[in-house]
Design a protein around this ligand. Sequence first.
Ligand code: HEM
Length: 449
Amino acid sequence: MTQQYTGSSDEVRKSIVQRSRAGDMTVSNREVAEAFAIDPQYDPYAISLDRVDPSHPSLFLHGTHWKHLQRLREEDPVHYHEESMFGPYWSVTKYKDIKYVDAHHGLFSSQQQKGGIALGGVPDREDQYSLPMFIQEDPPKHDAQRMVVAPMFSPRNLSDLGPLIRERAGMILDGLPRNEEFNWVKHVSVELTGQMLATLFDVPQEDRLKLIDWSDTIQNLGDPEHFETPDEGFQKLFECLAYFQGFYEQRKKEPPKFDLISMLAHDESTNNMSPQELLGNVMLLIVGGNDTTRNSISGGVLALNQYPSQYQKLLQNPGLIPKMVPEIIRWQSPVAHMARTATQDTELGGKLIRKNDRVCMWYISGNRDEDAIDRANEFIIDRDNSRQHTAFGFGIHRCVGNRLAEMQLQIIWEEVLKRFPKVEVTGDPVGLASSFIHGIRELPVTLRD
Ligand code: HEM
């Protein structure tokens, strides 16, 4: 095994990996957590290079993944891990290589049937746990389905949404307590993105917390604190399916209107989806629209507190917000990685990648690559070329919601600056145990009069 495990024997771990890779959803989450326990503080420079493996969720929970990725960027930018907890995979950590993989979708497939877009994806799955969605498809199906929802994110529609987002942001911020600590994630980031999602789907606003709960469920499927087994988590996702199936069938019968469900219900490439495919595409839009933006909103507050000179600069010149927003997204990199499967033998960074090998693009690492981004390891709100980052990906899967995400961040910061002299982080942030979504679960802050 490549990690510094402190738990069970290699045999136990191997059998768990085998069961998980075969798609067994009844593997106990606690058993996995115990078998793969590590000391997240261990020094990646103190072990042999071939053992470095940044994919362990615990590293991300404790914010110690940075040094692992840095060592790979410095010493082995295209790096093979024989036996991670997700099975064997290549780590791609430099900006230019990430861009190359992302741009060559013919060589590196996103298809769910081949393993999909996250480490740990199970190939050839067709049961109720398979979630086909257009981010896990190649052309032509990907292109046709993406086109169905793309109009929602067009500049014209976004300018219509702007005033609504501003009004809601204002109401959320005006309702916050003063001079007492509260969790910014729950009261601001989740609220704003939850309300936005309910609008995009045109479902009742009072159901927005259900959407958030389902989004969190996907992230927590393997977390013993939430579910005994992944299957238990899926039972909750099946409630999500039942909820959306109702709207999907209803909207098929109604004239087309401008919401994501109606768009899916009326286009020929998405009006006949199986229950799994409906759930898959709904989850894609929920997670895409929720976790990412939410963590950028929280990540910005944290970064500005960690870099007080930048906060000062912002307070003196709120006109910097449009430049700051992409910098926050780069800095947080809420999607830590996307994975692909090689469709043929190919070369990358001088290494031979074999057909069917899994390849992981660490976006979060590309965004710290000094060869591509000047002073990449510093948070600078007025940097030039701040939109040059890996956080939205490249090529045909580049984030379809990127302008909406930026607009939400821009508006929330404009409204924050109108109201509060400072959003002060007054407690320790709590991260997310995931090497897929780079998230913040709790951010204690205080607003002083
Ligand atoms: C800061 C916020 C966001 C970040 C960092 C982000 C990041 C990403 C990334 C990295 C990808 C995959 C790119 C690739 O594989 O090349 C992606 C795809 C996608 N995102 Fe976002 N995203 C954000 C916000 C949103 C929002 C607000 C929505 C919409 C509600 C959204 C919906 C999607 C969808 C549907 C895809 C799949 C696109 C495709 O496969 O063609 N995202 N996003």
